[in-house]
Design a protein around this ligand. Structure first.
Ligand SMILES: NC(=O)c1ccc[n+]([C@@H]2O[C@H](COP(=O)([O-])OP(=O)(O)OC[C@H]3O[C@@H](n4cnc5c(N)ncnc54)[C@H](OP(=O)(O)O)[C@@H]3O)[C@@H](O)[C@H]2O)c1
Length: 287
């Protein structure tokens, strides 16, 4: 049976990778990749009308208000997009009988742990972004697939690897914090795993990140080294030395353990160094 897929947040860094990853699958006949200009998820009418008209078999809900500091400035908007917007997408998915995947985040944790968070650890978000994304998880409950990810970087949109490469091409030192730890995740790998889990009809929470842990400081050094720059230009600073306009508290340790992938035999993602290395080489070649 051929199927059709609808992606929200279709112009985002993950949405663009998802559209490519689904299009490669022979069972996928049509991919509808929509962003805010085609379907604003804060409009219940628009979401219901468009999803009702397109009748997708699978919906991957990647749209979100992702600027964590803007979420602190406008909590109502963050909840309108990340929580209520998810309610409208979920409601519409139920009315057409579509399977749904919600993309969630490491920011649902407070970062006080000293070992990786599993899918069964209790969330405790400390930022408006984290709280509103956790509210989105609650909206879909355990009737949908929830993929939690972290530190997404990729070919499209703005992300930390692109920022590091831009700074590296300029004069001077680069300053990155060495007291925040996580797992960088390449959007291409994440999209491929979401496609696999969705096509398998899975529900429930899966942590989907590249494996391995690093700090922003170590990541920056790795990117410079891979790109042929001198990694000693990267200097370590602590989070309290960052500009005060960064309003949202960031979890200092937000490593997600891919326990559900491991225990269910669904396969883990490659180590972050392998995937980020490939991404850096791709970005350099493209420029
Ligand atoms: N980036 C990360 O490090 C990270 C980490 C963990 C989890 N996630 C989650 O992964 C998913 C994808 O993230 P991403 O990195 O691809 O983010 P992104 O590049 O910011 O993409 C999100 C997309 O959603 C769109 N959007 C915003 N408001 C909308 C609305 N009202 N209706 C429809 N679309 C709307 C955005 O449009 P505008 O750009 O015009 O606002 C953007 O194109 C999100 O759910 C995010 O919470 C991301």
């Amino acid at each position: 049976m051929m199927i059709s897929v609808l992606i929200t947040g279709g112009k985002g860094q993950l949405g663009l990778e998802l559209a490519e990853a689904f299009s490669k699958r022979v069972v996928v006949e049509k991919v509808h990749s929509l962003d805010v200009d085609e379907m604003d998820i804060t409009s219940r009418e628009s979401v219901s009308e468009i999803i009702g008209y397109l009748q997708p078999d699978i919906i991957v809900h990647a749209a979100a208000m992702t600027q964590v500091d803007s979420c602190e400035d406008d909590p109502n908007l963050a909840y309108q997009i990340n929580a209520l917007g998810t309610r409208w997408v979920y409601e519409a998915s139920r009315s057409v009988g579509a399977k749904m995947c919600y993309v969630s985040t490491d920011y649902i944790f407070d970062g006080k742990a000293s070992k990786p968070y599993t899918e069964w650890d209790v969330p405790n978000p400390v930022s408006v972004y984290g709280k509103s994304k956790l509210a989105g998880e609650t909206e879909v409950g355990n009737h949908a697939l929830i993929t939690r990810t972290s530190w997404v970087v990729g070919r499209y949109g703005q992300n930390m690897v692109k920022t590091i490469l831009r700074l590296a091409s300029q004069e001077g030192d680069l300053k990155f914090v060495d007291d925040q730890f996580g797992s960088p995740t390449v959007a291409h790998d994440l999209a491929e795993k979401i496609v696999q889990l969705s096509l398998e009809g899975r529900i429930g929470v899966y942590n989907v990140t590249n494996t391995g842990t690093t700090s922003w400081y170590e990541l920056a050094k790795f990117v410079l080294e891979t790109a042929g720059h001198d990694p000693s230009r990267v200097k370590a600073i602590s989070s309290d030395m960052l500009p005060k306009e960064r309003k949202a508290p960031r979890p200092s340790y937000s490593v997600l353990a891919p326990l559900a992938l491991e225990l269910s035999g669904a396969g883990c993602l490659p180590h972050w160094k392998e995937s980020v290395g490939d991404l850096v080489r791709y970005l350099i070649e493209k420029d």
